[in-house]
Every structure is written in C-alpha cells, then in structure tokens.
Design a protein around this ligand. Structure first.
Ligand code: SF4
Length: 345
C-alpha cells in the first residue's frame, strides 16, 4: 500500500524543521522550503530551484503540496471581483472570492467541503457536509488566487463554504501559519473569522487572543426567528451566544461584527430593528446588513432598498450599521452557488 504523504503546507516551521532534520538534511533547508511554500507560493517541489534534484525527489516521495487546481474562474464585468472554483485532489470542489477594495485585495475562503449547519438561506449546506479542509488547503486558496490573479492579497475573510469553528484546529493552524513572520506574514488584524454561533469555540478563541475580527452570523433578533432559519440556535441560543461575545470582547478588546442577512417577511421590520438594538445595546459592535442572496432551492428574497431602510432604523436607535457593498453581483458571488451548480451539471 502506498504510504500516505504528509501535507507539507500545513506544517509549522518547527515541524518542517524536525522532518527535514530526520531526513538527514541541514536545518537551513527547512527554512528554504518554508520560504518557497509560503513566500514564493510555489506549487511543486520542482520549482524549488535552490535545492538539489536529489532532495527535491526525496521531498516528492515523502510530502505532498495539497495543490488546488482552478476548475472555473468567473470575472465580474462591473468590478474586479473574481470567483474561483477550485478542485481538490479527492475530487471535491470549493470556492473562493477575490474582492477589490480601496484599501487592498481581500479574499473570502472556504474552510470545509459543504457545511453541517443547515442555515436555511445558504447554498453551501444544501448537499450536506463532506469533510474539513486542512490548514494547507485553506492557505492554498490564497496562494493560488494570488498566483493566478497577480494581485497581492492583504486581507482574508473566513466566510466561504463551511463553518470555521466546526473545523477549529485546522483554522487555528491556518491563522498561525498565515501570520507566521517567516512565511506570508499577514497581520491577523486583517483577518475576519465568521461563526454561526458555536459557543464553546468562541470561548476558546478568546483565550488565544489572536487579534482577528470575530464576525457573528446573527441574522435574527430573537430566538424564535433565529431558530426558524438557523438550526444552530437550538443548540446554543441567543443568550448563550451574546454571553460568549461579551466574554470575547472583555478578553480581547476587539470590536465584534454582527452579520445580518435581511430576509423579506422574516427579520426586516422596525420591530425587528428595535429588538436587535436592545440585544446589542451594551456592545461595542458593528452590524453588517446583507440583502439575502437568492438561491434556487429557497424562496427567500430581499433588496438593497429594504437593507438601507433597516440600516436607518438601526442608526436611529444608536446602532452602528452599514449595508454590505455588493461585489460581483453579475457573477453570483454568493457562497456555495458556483460549486453547487458545477457539481449538479
Ligand atoms: S451560512 Fe455558514 S454556517 Fe450557515 S450553512 Fe452556510 S456556510 Fe454553513
């Protein structure tokens, strides 16, 4: 049976060093390899030209670079948004979206193949969950997009397919590797991690105090409405979620962002805004209103007019809220849609 290769992109510098020393190589080789992977972002050992052909062949035998291949690219005609559908080495597919803002390029990455969470407005969960992504596969989305687009990526949001806190260990490893000074070296102040509310993980993340922005997918102002659209609320309700958020802020001092997908007839009235304002009254926070994305399998709708109206309600109640800019509207940049359509054809 062929021996399983180690996913080299997921190794911390000290782990890589231990592996290279165990192969009888010098310590500085590990540094060179780490730099090829995380600074120069090469996708094969053959491209590591300052290593001997013999060492490259030995690396090839022992390790794999879990490379992602681009199956499909959609480029927006209205802004510089690019959506990538990546193929993985086991035949699965994931998506990333590269977006251009005045302050730089930000990429939205996936953390799982599919999702278990079952949020009713989301295309990523319809076909269920297949597996977690490794730290290397999450990093690979950034490195591949940077290579393909020629654009330097300076921000990351973990809001693509999957629930990041349901793949906690790999996501934390990814964050540590992304910010590693010997590697890509991104400041984690430029990284947002979203969660639909896996409460115990919020407490664990607070302990790590990584400097990331925590983004809570709230989407409803009370338990009845939240449970109707987000099954996770039956496991950890709004009160437990808010307590975890308060703890996170007390521990890290980082302002929390609350995401609110506005859905016509579900959560968009002045009364909903009042309940939401009361819920968030003692928070240092920001509410990001997102008109819900239309997906074929569901009848949920909303529009930007309703989103601006809801923003005004919140602003009048003293809550800092904005409507998320629509990027890549012409290429269906909503999470999970491209993968779903590709796999159904
Ligand atoms: S919104 Fe996020 S957590 Fe909810 S089903 Fe979709 S990917 Fe999963």
């Amino acid at each position: 049976m062929e021996q399983q290769k180690t996913d080299i992109l997921s190794l911390y510098p000290e782990e890589l060093e231990a592996e290279i020393l165990a192969m009888g190589e010098k310590k500085f080789r590990a540094k060179q390899i780490f730099e090829w992977l995380h600074v120069k972002n090469v996708d094969s050992f053959d491209k590591m030209t300052n290593l001997s052909a013999q060492l490259r062949a030995r690396l090839e035998e022992k390790f794999c670079i879990k490379s992602l291949f681009v199956c499909k690219t959609l480029e927006s005609c209205t802004d510089n948004t690019v959506k990538y559908l990546y193929g993985l080495d086991d035949g699965n597919h994931i998506e990333s979206v590269l977006m251009e803002y005045s302050y730089g390029n930000t990429i939205c990455v996936s953390t799982q193949v599919g999702c278990k969470m079952g949020c009713r407005f989301c295309a990523s969960t319809i076909a269920g969950y297949k597996r977690d992504l490794t730290a290397g596969e999450i990093l690979g989305q950034i490195y591949t997009a940077q290579r393909e687009s020629g654009r330097k990526i300076s921000g990351v949001v973990l809001m693509g397919i999957g629930e990041p806190m349901d793949n906690y260990d790999n996501v934390v490893r990814f964050l540590k590797l992304l910010s590693c000074p010997q590697g890509f070296g991104m400041s984690l102040r430029h990284v947002s991690v979203s969660t639909c509310g896996i409460v115990p993980r919020i407490y664990e993340l607070a302990e790590l105090n990584l400097g990331i922005t925590l983004s809570i997918s709230l989407h409803a102002p009370d338990n009845a409405e939240r449970s109707a659209i987000m099954p996770v609320n039956d496991r950890w309700d709004i009160n437990e979620l808010m307590a975890a958020c308060r703890h996170y802020f007390a521990k890290t001092g980082r302002r929390i962002s609350f995401e609110y997908a506005l859905i016509d007839g579900h959560n968009d009235t002045r009364e909903d805004a009042k309940k939401l304002a009361a819920l968030l009254s003692d928070f240092v926070c920001h509410v990001n209103i997102i008109p819900v994305n239309k997906i074929k399998e569901r009848s949920f709708t909303s529009d930007r007019k309703a989103a601006h109206r809801f923003q005004q309600y919140l602003n009048e109640l003293g809550i800092n809220a904005t409507v998320r800019r629509t990027l890549g509207a012409d290429i269906e940049a909503a999470c999970g849609q491209l993968r779903r359509e590709y796999e159904m054809n």
